[in-house]
Each structure stands twice: as structure tokens, then as C-alpha cells.
Write a protein that binds this ligand. Structure first.
Ligand SMILES: [Fe+2]
Length: 188
């Protein structure tokens, strides 16, 4: 069983026909990889969804890196760029796994904006605590979809893709800790 992740906000649809920008994920390139073709087709479909989330997250890290202001500027400016560099690696891991399985990595900005499940990043914030909150939301949202993705890969019996997503999940959990540690909380 696979779970569908829905977005809470509707986005503007792309003007082109979907058939012009996407391929039918049941059509795969030939490969000697012995995972069954129906499995590879499902995995490619799901990983392309996570790829869109990861690319969106990367742009949100840069948005925070560029625009944060205030007394904690330099710490947050550097931290947000370090996270961006890690997320760039996650993007590459997911995209290249798609291609290894005979699929096409769908990473254009048009597809990403249509497909991402992350909320849009607020454009007018500047204070460090606002960027900490906004990027924490983005990291937590991505972590959630990746965790669901691990379950989906396990259900599809693709241990390699589950491992890729598990590695990413561990990394994102760590970055969420680094960002959330800038907030002071009391135990609930
Ligand atoms: Fe920079």
C-alpha cells in the first residue's frame, strides 16, 4: 500500500500539456538491473516526487541564506548554506537512483513547482528567528515525506532505494536539530 501526500495549498497549473513535460513512468530504459520492471516503474514514480521536494528544499535553504538579517546573521547565513550543500547531495542521490533504475530524473523547475509537496517559503521575513521557524518547517515537511518514502520502498522490496532515503532521512533529522537548536524551548 502506498500513501499519497497531498498539499494544503493549490498551485498555479503549468500552461503546457503534461505529456510535453513528463514521460509515462511505465516506460523505462532497458537495464540489466534485476529489480522487476513494475517495481522499478513504481519506485521511479515515487522517487521523482521526492526529487521535487528535495529541489524545492534546496531553493528554500538558499532563500534563507540570502535574506536572513540580525545579530545572528553570520551563524545562520553559514548554517543555511551548509544545509543547502547537503540537500544538493540528496538531490543527486535521488535523481541518480531514478536513472539507475531505467527512469528519467525529472528535475526541471517547471516540474518541481508543479509537484512539490512543501509549503511555499515566506518571502518577506528577515529576522533570524523567523527564518529558523520557516526553514524548520521546510526541513520537517521534507523529513516526513522521506520517512513515508522509506516505507514505500520497503513495501516495494527495493532495499537500495530504501537505503538512499534512510541516509537522507538521517541527514535531514540532523539539520533540523541544528536549526531548531537556535530556538529556546521548555519541555512540554
Ligand atoms: Fe552564499
Amino acid at each position: 500500500m502506498t500513501r499519497t501526500i497531498t498539499r494544503s495549498s493549490e498551485r498555479t497549473p503549468v500552461s503546457r500539456e503534461a505529456s510535453e513535460t513528463r514521460y509515462d513512468t511505465t516506460n523505462l530504459y532497458p537495464t540489466r538491473n534485476d529489480l522487476p520492471e513494475p517495481t522499478r516503474a513504481q519506485v521511479v514514480l515515487l522517487l521523482n516526487q521526492r526529487l521535487a521536494d528535495a529541489i524545492d528544499l534546496q531553493t528554500q535553504c538558499k532563500q534563507a541564506h540570502w535574506n536572513v538579517k540580525g545579530p545572528t546573521f553570520i551563524a545562520l547565513h553559514k548554517l543555511f548554506d551548509e544545509i543547502n550543500e547537503s540537500v544538493e547531495e540528496y538531490v543527486d542521490l535521488i535523481a541518480e537512483r531514478v536513472v539507475q533504475l531505467g527512469g528519467i530524473a525529472e528535475g526541471t523547475i517547471g516540474i518541481v513547482s508543479e509537484r512539490t509537496t512543501l509549503e511555499g517559503y515566506p518571502l518577506t521575513i528577515s529576522a533570524g528567528h523567523d527564518h529558523v521557524a520557516a526553514l524548520s518547517d521546510a526541513l520537517a515537511g521534507f523529513a516526513r515525506t522521506v520517512r513515508i518514502g522509506i516505507e514505500e520502498m520497503n513495501e516495494l522490496e527495493d532495499a537500495g532505494s530504501a537505503d538512499v532515503l534512510t541516509e537522507i532521512s538521517r541527514g535531514v533529522d540532523q539539520w533540523l536539530w541544528f536549526v531548531e537548536a537556535h530556538q529556546t524551548h521548555t519541555l512540554s
